[in-house]
Design a protein around this ligand. Structure first.
Ligand SMILES: Nc1nc2c(ncn2[C@@H]2O[C@H](COP(=O)(O)OP(=O)(O)O)[C@@H](O)[C@H]2O)c(=O)[nH]1
Ligand SMILES: [Mg+2]
Length: 196
């Protein structure tokens, strides 16, 4: 599959504003700064579709992108940024769990983790939610250009040990928004999940 068109649709801050659920959704989750926007841009071949930044934001919104006029990419708000006030953290948690637990047209979730670090408590919480709500997902190890292939293999092993409960995990995918490593694997999984 090729991405022919990718357009920003809107940003949603509460679930009452979601578009009607008539199109499948492919979802991206991860801590802020993990490389979510960069991955979306790399897949779409557009460097400025999703805003990237080195300063983690405080926004808690879901960004919707319409792909090939057939399905959505949904960019969930990043988590785990220490300086965010408690009130916003609670809001984030409710928004994300409500979305995951009620949205029936989610086909696949990409859970992004930085390949240089072990999964955090919140990464594990996310995986546990996905398992609990029975949603297929894949774990993407981002910024693969920053570590050697040996280190990557070790990190995949470590990650799977730490996550441990990973029955619905379809794959572990090393990814680099710079070299493009992993792009084809990600696209293939998207294609398969849209067909199923
Ligand atoms: N070296 C490298 N840097 C990356 C990669 N992906 C993202 N970054 C950098 O990491 C920072 C955060 O990226 P961004 O996509 O905004 O992360 P987000 O907060 O998860 O959306 C930016 O400075 C990016 O340039 C990657 O694959 N390789
Ligand atoms: Mg982002």
């Amino acid at each position: 599959m090729k991405i022919q068109t990718a357009e920003f649709v809107n940003s949603v801050t509460d679930l009452g504003q979601l578009p009607t659920a008539h199109l499948p959704e492919i979802v991206f989750i991860g801590r802020s700064n993990v490389g979510k926007s960069s991955l979306i841009n790399k897949l779409c071949g557009k460097s400025k579709l999703a805003k990237t930044s080195s300063i983690p934001g405080r926004t808690r919104q879901l960004n919707y992108y319409l792909i090939n006029e057939e399905f959505y990419f949904v960019d969930l708000p990043g988590y785990g940024y220490a300086k965010v006030p408690e009130q916003i953290k609670t809001g984030w948690r409710k928004l994300v769990e409500d979305y995951i637990s009620t949205r029936k047209n989610i086909k696949l979730v990409f859970e992004l983790m930085d390949s240089r670090h072990d999964p955090t408590y919140l990464d594990q919480l996310m995986v546990n939610w996905l398992e609990y709500y029975e949603i297929n997902y894949a774990i993407v190890l981002t910024k693969s250009d920053k570590i050697s292939q040996n280190k990557m293999e070790r990190q995949i092993y470590r990650t799977s040990k730490i996550v441990s409960n990973e029955q619905l995990c379809r794959d572990y995918i090393p990814f680099s928004a710079i070299s493009g490593e992993g792009r084809n694997t990600v696209m293939k999984l998207i294609e398969e999940s849209l067909e199923s």
